[in-house]
Design a protein around this ligand. Structure first.
Ligand code: HEC
Length: 183
């Protein structure tokens, strides 16, 4: 497609230049090639350059399983990323959060959910940290509400994370699948 576009631009310029040469107009002779050159430079800078400098996908940058992808949409919709980041920087404050993130990790992340604030913990490598059951209990309501819930998996006394009890069972399941895919 790009080749066709470039050929089209080149053919257009040759026709224009031919016409200009024929009429011997100096002003047009500078304006038209200048404009064409500008289009070519803009095209190289905005389309070709980003394309050839794309980072290769890493082991983490793989397509999400379908359930996890649905869960990801809920993660975006519910604004989990207001409070949770998904980026491990090569900084001392991020030490202990696991492997430092690379551009290729985010190959299939659209829209990205890097986050900006850590009201809650970073979730880059949360997969496998807890059982599915823990996540389900935690998402429905992170805080224990009855004496029986004290000490239950997924109940964190004093947590300031909001409850997501209004989500359907299927939505919670998809969300858990997404969290468990964050390796
Ligand atoms: C208002 C901020 C806020 C929002 C919004 C929020 N969380 Fe949290 N989250 C927290 C806080 C604070 C903690 C730490 C206390 C706890 O574990 O409950 C936490 C903990 C977690 C943990 C456990 C992380 C670990 O390493 O222990 C997971 C998983 C999690 N949140 C997922 C989510 C998901 C999924 C959503 C969206 C449906 C969400 N959070 C929305 C604040 C938030």
């Amino acid at each position: 497609m790009y080749t066709a576009l470039i050929l089209f631009i080149l053919a257009g310029s040759i026709v224009c230049l031919g016409g200009i040469y024929h009429r011997r107009s100096v002003a047009l002779g500078l304006l038209v090639p200048g404009a064409i050159l500008l289009i070519i430079i803009a095209f190289l800078a905005t389309a070709v350059l980003p394309y050839i400098t794309l980072f290769p996908a890493t082991d983490k940058g793989v397509p999400y399983p379908e359930k996890a992808l649905l869960g990801r949409q809920i993660y975006v919709r519910e604004g989990c990323w207001y409070c949770h980041t998904q980026q491990v920087r090569p900084l001392r404050v991020d030490a202990g959060l696991g492997t430092v993130s690379q551009a290729g990790d985010y190959q299939y992340d659209y829209p990205h959910v890097l986050g900006t604030e850590r009201t809650g913990p970073d979730l880059t490598h949360v997969s496998g940290k807890y059982e599915d059951e823990w996540h389900r209990n935690h998402l429905i309501n992170p805080r224990p509400r009855t004496p029986e819930e004290e000490g239950m998996a997924g109940k964190v006394p004093g947590s300031i994370m909001p409850p997501f009890s209004y989500l359907s069972k299927e939505e919670i399941d998809n969300l858990v699948a997404y969290l468990q895919s964050l390796r």
